[in-house]
Ligand binder design. Structure first.
Ligand code: HEC
Length: 270
């Protein structure tokens, strides 16, 4: 059963063995300094504006905007929608996080091709933010301050959380790591970075509520899908596919642990 979770991961089979990009100045003090320095303006705001523009720009074969996209609260309702995701969407017949839902709307409303949309979801160093990063930043900006309420009412939502939990504790790879190896103990650190205990409500709330984040060290907005992708990489697991069921399941598990917390994204991180 545990082995089977790899199918959900839609793995490429390629192990990415690069060491995590280590920031030179990575203490929490350093991060606080950044925050103080940038207190008057989070660079993510520019990305949010770009996202708003993209939301209202007709695109694709259907020359449609995303303005009637249903993020779970009804067509076109963006305010606070992210705080209630992932959730089950009857039209798609599955549980979706914000990023897979945006892709779904781009496909259905604009008539665009999934492969084209998700070819390069994350920007590289020095690149402009991608379309998905911009849209995500825009949508999260409309959810700031909302209470995290990831639903567990539909049976599919319960299944997604349960699979996510299984993946969280699934050990493998060259170091026999699971997410839990780094994220299920209090006060654990790797080099100078604190590792939040994501099985506990407090740390889960601040972690879930603070992504997407503007990464100062990378000069870019990084989304929750990116966070999962990069931790898979740190775990030396096969590459996590954008919007895959495994990624949505993990985000559902983390989100349910974080229920009751407050959405603060887009935050600033080192
Ligand atoms: C080898 C250790 C390691 C493993 C294994 C690992 N992570 Fe992480 N994780 C980190 C580090 C280090 C950070 C902080 C990264 C940073 O600031 O660059 C982090 C950050 C995070 C965060 C953001 C926390 C916050 O408050 O910003 C989340 C969420 C997360 N990891 C989830 C996961 C999940 C889910 C898995 C399993 C797929 C996982 N991690 C596996 C090391 C790990």
């Amino acid at each position: 059963m545990v082995k089977r979770s790899f199918a959900w991961m839609a793995a490429t089979g390629a192990l990415v063995c690069a060491m995590p990009v280590a920031a030179q100045k990575s203490t929490e003090q350093g991060i606080q300094e950044y925050r103080d320095m940038l207190a008057d303006g989070n660079p993510a705001e520019l990305v949010e504006l770009r996202g708003e523009d993209l939301w209202t720009t007709p695109q694709g074969p259907k020359k449609a905007t995303l303005e009637s996209c249903d993020l779970g609260l009804g067509p076109g309702v963006v305010k606070n929608a992210v705080a209630k995701l992932p959730k089950y969407f009857p039209d798609a017949g599955k549980v979706m996080d914000i990023e897979s839902r945006l892709v779904y709307c781009m496909m259905t409303l604009q008539g665009r091709d999934r492969a084209e949309i998700t070819k390069k979801p994350y920007s590289g160093a020095g690149d402009k933010p991608t379309e998905l990063e911009s849209l995500v930043a825009y949508v999260y900006a409309q959810g700031r301050g909302a209470t995290i309420a990831v639903p567990q009412t539909h049976p599919e939502e319960k299944l997604a959380r349960a699979r996510g939990e299984k993946i969280f504790y699934f050990r493998g790879g060259p170091y026999d790591f699971s997410c839990a190896s780094c994220h299920a103990t209090d006060d654990q650190r790797i080099r100078l970075q604190g590792l939040p205990n994501l099985t506990k409500q407090g740390p889960a709330q601040s972690a879930f509520g603070s992504w997407p984040a503007y990464r100062v060290s990378q000069g870019a907005v990084r989304t929750m899908q990116w966070r999962m992708f990069d931790c898979f990489r740190q775990q030396r697991f096969p590459e996590l596919q954008y919007g895959s069921q495994a990624s949505v399941d993990l985000i559902t598990f983390l989100g349910v642990n974080a229920n009751g917390g407050t959405m603060q994204a887009t935050s600033l991180k080192r």
